[in-house]
Design a binder for this molecule. Structure first.
Ligand code: HXC
Length: 260
């Protein structure tokens, strides 16, 4: 796939989507969001892709936020449409059947932090910085930050970050559970690909069902969520992958999953 503002690459079952506007620290304008929408709509249909990694071009920034130059001229209707567009794209990422890993290689601010939070989990380079600095621009987070941040790190820490605009480093992000792991900048993509490789080696239908249970269940009360989990668990027994996975264990060999 060819884009103006993104680089799409794949190797085996792992796809890498790189946001590529390094001169403005990969700020998200409408064009980038529309391309992200197209890229993820296409990836959703690619059965050969098991995992996606999202990162930013250059060594300094993952995404430094929505494009302030573009937003500065917006009126109310344009602002609402921009928020809606970003929310739709990030929902699409969250709802992608395959897992998405954010490899955070520097600034993840505003819309950049919101993009990272729409991914399934985050791995950060030591130099990564996170924050929701919208309040210092006279606005608020509008691509899901006020909702996904408290769900990830708890309401108190989210309140501090959303009200103060404070930036936090990778170690603090690790401590509050915003990222899963911090590695040296030069090791970031290798680490993300190593985790992606382990996910890609698992039963693909099981991974997709796990993501669906995690995502959909978090929007349900516990009883309904457990019923949903139960149905997905039971449905697994209609697949060849369940027969293969369990037979391989009993025969003390590696499973050869077919994704059916
Ligand atoms: C547009 C941006 C940008 C952004 C950086 N640039 N962030 N352009 N939108 N979000 C541009 C700068 O203008 C500059 O362009 C170039 O990238 C390099 O940035 P510098 O500021 O010179 O770099 P540095 O001094 O190292 O500072 C890095 C930084 C700072 C701390 C990340 O750039 C910064 O504070 N950026 C804004 C972060 C932010 O407020 N993000 C939230 C945006 S609001 P030139 O042409 O001068 O070289 C948001 C809302 C989402 O995300 C919800 C919408 C509905």
């Amino acid at each position: 796939m060819e884009f103006q503002n993104l680089i799409y690459e794949s190797s085996g079952a792992i796809a890498v989507v790189t946001i590529n506007r390094p001169k403005v620290l990969n700020a998200l304008n409408k064009a980038v969001l529309q391309e992200l929408d197209q890229a993820f709509a296409a990836i959703a249909e690619m059965r050969e892709i098991a995992v996606v990694i999202v990162t930013g071009a250059g060594e300094k920034s993952f995404v430094a936020g929505a494009d302030i130059a573009e937003m500065s001229a917006y009126g109310i209707a344009e602002a609402r449409a921009f928020s809606r567009l970003g929310q739709q794209v990030f929902n699409r990422i969250e709802e992608l059947p395959q897992p998405v890993i954010a490899a955070v290689n520097g600034y993840a601010l505003g819309g950049g932090c919101e993009l990272a939070m729409a991914c399934d989990f985050r791995i950060a380079a030591q130099n990564a910085r996170f924050g929701q600095p919208e309040v210092s621009l006279g606005v608020i987070a509008g691509f899901g930050g006020t909702q996904r941040l408290p769900r990830l790190v708890g309401r108190g820490m989210a309140a501090q970050l959303l009200y103060s605009g404070d930036m936090i480093g990778s170690d603090e992000a690790l401590r509050i559970g915003l990222v899963n792991k911090v590695v040296a900048a030069e090791a970031l993509m290798d680490e993300a690909k190593a985790i992606a490789g382990r996910i890609a080696a698992a039963g693909p239908l099981s991974v997709i069902a796990s993501k669906a249970a995690l995502r959909e269940g978090s929007n349900m009360d516990l009883k309904r969520a457990l019923a949903y989990e139960r149905e997905l668990f039971a449905a697994g027994f209609a697949t060849a992958d369940q027969k293969e996975g369990m037979a391989a264990f009993l025969q003390k060999r590696k499973a050869n999953f077919q994704g059916r």
